[in-house]
Design a protein around this ligand. Structure first.
Ligand code: ATP
Ligand code: MG
Length: 415
């Protein structure tokens, strides 16, 4: 048989040499007892460097080593490409390098098993997301990422020179998803990019992030959306825990599938808990990072990881359906971090214009958006769930930069 991959480690014990080969399947032990392999191969192994790419013709046999089930006896070793030395980052190193060194050399960082696993699980997560949503009759769509006006209020957008015009990178597919409701698609989802020119540099914000965005029509209220969301999360977590056992074990993570339905907490109740625990949040304020954390600790004390916060004050966002002094928006938080925002949207044109004005915005700037509401728009709602935020929670990862291949933050636009 032939094994191909990178040299992870070379051990020379005099009478026997070991090569540890690494590829997508994992680590493989190649044994070279001086007496059993040709002199050429035995000598040649000493000229190899870590991270050289090689192909080995070999024979497989059971191994007695505690870390390996099998081992391989080589009859031929071919160098496919040499690696330079020294390495800017050694994928075999046990101690983790600084985040900046890792990200500067991301292709080497990604050779580490634990890091590769994040992206294997990410891929599986999206597979089960699609599986679930397609089964629930949603249609997968793709909407423009180069847009002419702001989706949600005009700030936090990256400008783009679009020939002689000024354009922007899309911060969310919100308006397009709603257009698809007017188009009669009823149930759509998009696995999409968010570009947000937010200045903050935190462990849970990226300037280029991805999300699972969904919109559905003919809903009764926001609970219809929340049910889809909790079922989606339940389904994907269950599938991941069943089908990614090896990856999760290697990462020393256990997925606890949360019970359905998820806990719902009203905004008023959340504010009360926060006041009891020293926060000075005022009714009407959005929950700040610290408030989210306090609430997360409160939930954890009650053994709850995933919980909805609903019945927010009506001033949350202009396009969310108001409901007296409240609105039909919700957040889904996990362990003190927001992973999803959603809600029932306004579908009445007159009400939407009124709300835009009440938020101090100019309906003139929303003309194209508003047009969609004039010719038959059904009641509808949806959500946006950050994929990296969700992965952070599933895999107990502290820094969101770990959950995207090539992160973009306040300081980093390469590699
Ligand atoms: P936050 O208040 O946590 O910054 P947000 O309320 O501005 O988030 P939304 O507009 O509600 O974000 O976006 C929906 C979801 O997309 C969020 O719940 C989060 O999971 C994800 N998300 C939004 N902004 C970012 C970002 N800058 N980096 C990573 N994920 C993000
Ligand atoms: Mg939000």
């Amino acid at each position: 048989m032939i094994l191909k991959g990178w040299i992870h480690e070379i051990r020379d014990l005099g009478g026997i040499k070991f090569l540890i080969l690494r590829n997508r399947e994992g680590l493989h032990q190649i044994v070279l007892p001086k007496k059993k392999v040709s002199k050429d191969i035995f000598d040649m192994v000493s000229t190899l460097n870590k991270e050289d790419v090689i192909a080995i013709e070999c024979e497989k046999r059971d191994s007695r080593a505690k870390d390996f089930e099998f081992e391989y006896l080589p009859s031929k070793i071919k160098i496919l490409n040499k690696s330079e030395t020294p390495l800017p980052l050694d994928p075999a190193e046990k101690v983790s390098a600084e985040m900046d060194t890792r990200l500067d050399n991301r292709f080497l960082d990604l050779r580490k098993r634990k890091i590769f696993n994040i992206f294997k699980i990410r891929s599986e997560l999206l597979k089960y997301t699609r599986e679930f949503l397609l089964k629930e009759d949603f249609i997968e769509i793709h909407t423009p990422k180069i847009i002419s006006t702001a989706s949600e209020g005009g700030t936090e957008l990256f400008p783009v020179q679009y020939f002689e015009k000024r354009a922007y990178l899309s911060q969310s597919p919100q308006l397009y998803k709603e257009m698809m409701m007017a188009a009669g698609f009823d149930r759509v989802f998009e696995i999409t990019w968010y570009f947000r020119a937010e200045e903050h540099n935190t462990r849970r914000h990226l300037n280029e992030s991805t999300a699972i965005d969904l919109e559905m029509a003919f809903i009764k209220d926001e609970e219809d959306i929340m049910k889809i969301l909790e079922n989606l999360i339940h389904y994907t977590l269950k599938k991941l825990s069943e089908n990614c056992k090896n990856e999760l074990d290697e990462m020393e993570v256990k997925i606890e599938c949360p019970e359905l339905p998820f806990k719902r907490i009203m905004y008023d109740e959340a504010v009360k808990i926060l006041h009891d625990r020293g926060s000075n949040i005022k009714w009407g304020d959005d929950l700040g990072t610290e408030d989210e954390k306090i609430l997360g600790r409160y939930m954890k004390e009650n053994n709850i990881d995933y919980y909805f916060i609903k019945k927010f004050p009506e001033n949350k966002i202009f396009y969310i359906m108001p409901d007296g002094k409240y609105c039909r928006g919700f957040d889904l938080d996990c362990n003190g971090v927001e992973i999803t925002s959603g809600g029932q949207r306004i579908h009445d044109h007159g009400l939407l214009v009124k709300r835009i004005q009440e938020f101090g915005l100019d309906p003139e700037n929303f003309k194209d958006y508003l047009k969609v509401f004039r010719y038959g728009m059904p009641p509808h709602g949806g959500f946006g769930m950050g994929i990296e935020r969700f992965l952070m929670e599933i895999l107990k990862i502290d820094n969101i930069r770990e959950c995207i291949l090539f992160p973009r933050d306040r300081n980093r636009i390469k590699p």
